[in-house]
Design a protein around this ligand. Structure first.
Ligand code: PAF
Length: 281
């Protein structure tokens, strides 16, 4: 039986009871509209912890686009059904008033980490993510928290926040889960039309192609090639393609400049914004 709580107090009481019995707490924060990507994180959390908490909260303060917030799917009943048999033991699904009885004015300084890519194109987004994840960590007090690598920059920001605030939680990065045709799983995929859905795997095709061939080009040339390949489709509008250091997320000039590099992309297909990435080396 999965326990469903809507208040912070009830959630804390439930979790503290488990902790007092010596149980370890695994946590998977989500905004709901669960798909196989989330389920994989939850199963991993269940394999590595005694008690697994999933939060379902569409966090209004991380949306820089009101239309995106309004259209974000809210499917709690279906989500609860999908969670059956995954090992999830508690779902925390608060209201916005429960999470933010007053505006949360916390400020973070992530240096250059949130000035590029998503941070540049979605002003305020990472501040909203950091505020909610900090708050959720304080409520759930997990031993381990699980995040997908599709949101590569989000993962870097959360790791940085945990380190800056010395929070006693281990962040566990989990590989991107893809559909059979390569499209990275995302709650936003449900909003694609049939034609857009057929075209969407091009994003991963462009990324996996460049993983094979990047050493023939300089980093900037790689960026141009991936952008060009995606733009060839009339369905896509590329927002950015960035070739960056895996740690700092900053661009660089030569492959020898960094130990590990990742290509990150954000592109609109119709009105749906998709992101994806691939680690080159
Ligand atoms: O990745 C998400 O779904 C959200 O950004 C998160 C981490 C649940 C915070 O709202």
């Amino acid at each position: 039986m999965i326990n469903l709580t809507h208040t912070i107090t009830e959630t804390q009481i439930t979790i503290q009871k488990q902790k007092s019995e010596g149980k370890t707490i695994g946590f998977v924060p989500t905004m709901g509209a669960l798909h196989e990507g989330h389920i994989t994180l939850i199963r991993r959390a269940a394999a590595e912890n005694d008690f697994v908490v999933v939060s379902i909260f569409v966090n209004p303060i991380q949306f820089n686009n009101p239309e995106d917030l309004a259209k974000y799917p809210r499917t709690l009943d279906e989500d609860m059904e999908k969670l059956a048999g995954t090992g999830c033991t508690l779902v925390f699904a608060p209201s916005a008033d429960e999470m933010y009885p007053e505006p949360d004015l916390t400020e973070f300084d992530f240096g250059q980490l949130d000035k590029v890519m998503e941070g540049k194109f979605r002003p305020g987004h990472f501040k909203g993510v950091a505020i909610v994840v900090k708050k959720l960590f304080e409520i759930v007090t997990p031993h381990k928290a699980y995040f997908g690598e599709k949101d590569f920059q989000q993962l870097a920001i959360i790791k940085k926040m945990v380190s800056m605030l010395q929070m006693p939680v281990e962040i566990v990065p989990c590989p991107i889960i893809r559909e059979a045709d390569g499209l990275a799983m995302s709650s936003r995929n449900a909003r694609l039309s049939a034609d857009e859905r057929t075209e969407a795997p091009l994003l991963f095709k462009a990324l996996s192609g460049i993983k094979e061939n990047y050493s023939w080009f300089i980093p900037d040339g790689t960026k141009q090639l991936v952008t060009g390949e995606i733009q060839e489709s009339k369905y896509f509008r590329v927002e950015y393609v960035s070739v960056v250091d895996i740690e700092t997320l900053q661009p660089f000039e030569d492959w020898q400049d960094v130990e590990h590099a990742v290509v990150c992309v954000a592109a609109f297909i119709g009105s749906v914004r998709l992101i994806d990435n691939i680690v080159l080396y």
